[in-house]
Design a protein around this ligand. Sequence first.
Ligand code: FAD
Ligand code: SIN
Length: 547
Amino acid sequence: MGQRHNTQVLILGGGVAGLSIALRLVASGQKVTLLAKRTLTEGSSRYAQGGIAAVTDAADSVESHIEDTLQSGAGLCQEAAVRFVAENAKSSIEWLLDQGVDFTRDDSDQRLHLTQEGGHSQRRVVHASDATGAEVMRVLEEKAYASPDIEIIDQSIAIDLITSAKLDISGPNQVLGVYALNKDSGRVDTFIAPKVVLATGGASKVYLYTSNPDTSTGDGVAMAWRAGCRVANMEFVQFHPTCLYHPQAKSFLVSEAVRGEGGKLVLPNGEQFMQEHDKRVELAPRDIVARAIDYEMKRGGFDSVFLDISHKPADFILEHFPNISKRCEQFGFDMTKQALPVVPAAHYTCGGVIADLDACTDIAGLYAVGECASTGLHGANRLASNSLLECLVMGASASEHILANSGANDEHCGLTAAEVPGWDETQVTDPDEQIVVTHNWDELRRAMWDYVGIVRTDKRLERAQHRVRLLQEEIRDYYSNFRVDNNLVELRNLVTVADLIISSALMRKESRGLHYTLDYPESFVKDEISDTVMVPPNYSASATEDG
Ligand code: FAD
Ligand code: SIN
């Protein structure tokens, strides 16, 4: 039997979204429990390189940050969300400084040093050298472990949400808690909580090649979808243009800041090519640069293109990119002397669980924050360094909403905590053949890479959908019969997310931002632009109205 836990606020995820919410809540006297499926900080946040977009310089303006975000989002951003995040960016940086984050400063006057990335018309990216995520997470992790009011349970993977609708309790759908597999004990624990925050990160592991760590398996999106939440804009998968091309590098990211500081993209013969694709050349938004690289690689039959900053002084390169240069050197590349072979890889999930500016979802008491959410900030293509920012700004507003509503919905829909049912394992046995799960992981990720990549067609998408639905059937069957383990939980989520990405892509009969299809190369005219909203069969509109 798994254990039972009672808590007021349960946060799923220990990235910048999850940790910043936890720290803000305990600062106001709230106790929280936080689950992470691997070690506390394993997730995309700690690998973030470039930085955090925020207007901190008098020569820049919030209006300009808003305009750049809208431009990058290719007509699909919700302006209210963009404004809200941009206006609260500076205070998020101040909050991080108060926590003790050591951002890079200008030598001359000790002001925050600002770097440049694609799609930004100004230098406005606050950073900690070329390892911003590591520095931010160092501080947040230390603070979280030091707090007696944060109960951290790592190696615990949430499987599914417990909701009133699942228990056939009438009235608006409300979250009651979560079932989570404790990987140390092998048992499924029951967490009962009136407020649950999804801060589970993205889903880029659904592709064979990705810049993301193993945690990005779309668990939050899949759990919310199964529980009855709407999900939006899943077709907009961001491919980062420049991941190191080397068999052992696991798509190691070479930050966009390298281009921001003067790096050029070149073909194997040394010729630049971005001028053929966009007047902003290397600093065009990411969708354009990734598509240009994909085009040039296919046109020339190349395995990669090259990113060259070796024309800059070696001292400059080593000072700005100490970690990237060290990592490249481990793979035999000296970026002070040679161009780096680079290819695009899946990097960021722009769509996600629909959440408003309080981070509330379609289910009362359930919040979604960070990469797993769709707030309207990113539209059809996220602007560089707006992601950590969104985690921080939306994390602040989620905590405010939780604090303001603590006590509301806290009585478990009329059930006592003891009456919320535990996990039922009576119908399952130990798995007989793990190979089914391993094989399906590989098949799914390859199908997504081959058929649902940077350039799409209806035929490729239909082919992918056919395969993914077969896999979904097989996994559903396996899940119903065998005891769960980490791989099975993640695969079940990945296949759900894959289906959402493909179905959303098939619904969009135009090319926009990160969704480019040869069948519909044009974009809709202004009045026809809308989000792709996927509505689950168990969605109940009344929950939204009342929740
Ligand atoms: P994550 O940091 O991914 O954390 C997710 C957490 O949820 C993890 O703790 C994970 O273990 C946990 N989790 C997931 N599923 C479950 C489950 N079922 N049960 C329990 N726990 C679960 N963005 C920027 O703005 N600037 C950058 O410079 C930048 N650089 C990047 C560089 C790289 C290499 C990568 C991969 C991304 C980069 N991004 C950058 C994007 C950004 O890092 C992420 O979007 C952001 O960190 C997401 O934060 P998060 O808290 O939402 O999720
Ligand atoms: C990078 O440093 O290039 C990543 C920035 C981002 O994903 O926002």
